[in-house]
Design a protein around this ligand. Structure first.
Ligand code: HEM
Length: 326
């Protein structure tokens, strides 16, 4: 009896360890396709470069796509799936309606499939494309361990529960990142992704025109900046675009932290970084040191983010087309 109990306990421990391992990206490794598709990483780099050369603003969109993939069901390519007759997929969830750049993933997948059919997952391609695109606009280069497999489930409503909202406060942001195994420092570092790219006016109109429902403005925004925002975004404006980091939208640098410190971050989630000891210290440090450690930190946090909830081994599948399950 005692032995049976012991074995049961051991099996339970093993299951927990396995689950933990999967959730932490064990099973991924650098050069995973070295034997099965040695040209894969080069093909992805070149395909990405062809697109970024013509449209550098896509780099921001692709970084965001990878983030949105990883935060919903792990980095399993679920953000790439199309809705079907019976299912509304993540792609059609509200936070993802402004995601751009799916054509880059499809082009990379087509090129990789031509070299090695059925070998390289869409989730790995997305992780590589995001890294390559950011490096191609002079951002950091981080190692991307590979071996992710593609999920078969994608549910629009999960985007609302799993992705942080632009109106989230610091407590909600910390809890959201913690639920993905990311630290408070990771939150401060990865928010630096907002050093590139654009936002729609509609994301901030409540913040500038009707913050508490009384026709007021979020008092945490620099009052000298409010007229500028209002002149760009009229109430109910659904189409105008705004730079996340005015002046250097297309270059990946540490200016974001100076913007936040000046209380000119676009979203409440950006401004909220000043309301926690650790995140505020990080914002100040990067703003005052011209981002001395930002690239290094970003590399580390991106590797961590890229391991969230991955499927490896025999789980999931290698999709033939990134927008549909096999
Ligand atoms: C911390 C919580 C975060 C919130 C609340 C948030 C929210 C948003 C929102 C609302 C937009 C603009 C959408 C639009 O109006 O078009 C946006 C854009 C963007 N986000 Fe975040 N984000 C967060 C974290 C991140 C992270 C971790 C990354 C990457 C590491 C990231 C990268 C980007 C990029 C690059 C864009 C610009 C996309 C483009 O130009 O198409 N964000 N984010």
């Amino acid at each position: 009896m005692a032995i049976q109990k012991h074995i049961k306990l051991l099996v339970q421990l093993l299951i927990v360890a396995l689950a933990f391992g999967i959730a932490n990206g064990q099973g991924l490794k650098l050069g995973f396709y070295q034997k099965t598709c040695p040209r894969a990483e080069g093909i992805v780099w070149r395909t990405t470069a062809n697109h970024i050369y013509r449209a550098p603003s896509l780099a921001a969109a692709l970084l965001r796509m990878h983030f949105h993939d990883c935060f919903v069901r792990g980095c399993d390519g679920s953000v790439l799936l199309n809705s079907t007759k019976n299912n509304v997929a993540e792609k059609d969830g509200i936070p993802n309606l402004s995601i751009r750049g799916f054509q880059v993933i499809d082009a990379a997948k087509t090129a990789v499939e031509a070299a090695c059919p059925g070998v390289v997952s869409c989730s790995d391609i997305l992780a590589l494309v995001a890294r390559d695109a950011i490096h191609q606009i002079k951002g950091p280069y981080w190692p991307v361990p590979l071996g992710r497999r593609d999920g078969r489930v994608s549910i629009a409503s999960e985007t609302l529960t799993q992705l942080p909202a632009p109106f989230a406060n610091i407590t909600q942001l910390k809890a959201n990142f913690a639920s993905k195994g990311l630290s408070v420092k990771d939150l401060a570092v990865l928010s630096g992704g907002h050093t590139v790219g654009i936002s729609h006016c509609s994301t901030i109109t409540t913040r500038i025109y009707n913050f508490t429902g009384k026709g007021d403005t979020d008092p945490s925004i620099d009052p000298n900046y409010v007229p500028k925002l209002k002149s760009r975004c009229v109430p109910n404006d659904k189409t105008t675009l705004l730079s996340m980091d005015p002046g250097s939208t297309k270059s990946f640098d540490s200016d974001y932290y100076s913007v936040v410190l000046k209380r000119r971050g676009l979203f409440q989630s950006d401004a909220e970084l000043l309301n926690d000891k650790i995140t505020r210290a990080y914002v100040k440090l990067q703003a005052q040191s011209h981002g001395r450690t930002f690239f290094q930190d970003f590399q580390k946090s991106m590797v961590k983010m890229g391991k969230i909830g991955v499927l490896t081994g025999k789980a999931g599948e290698i999709r033939r087309h990134c927008a549909v399950i096999n």
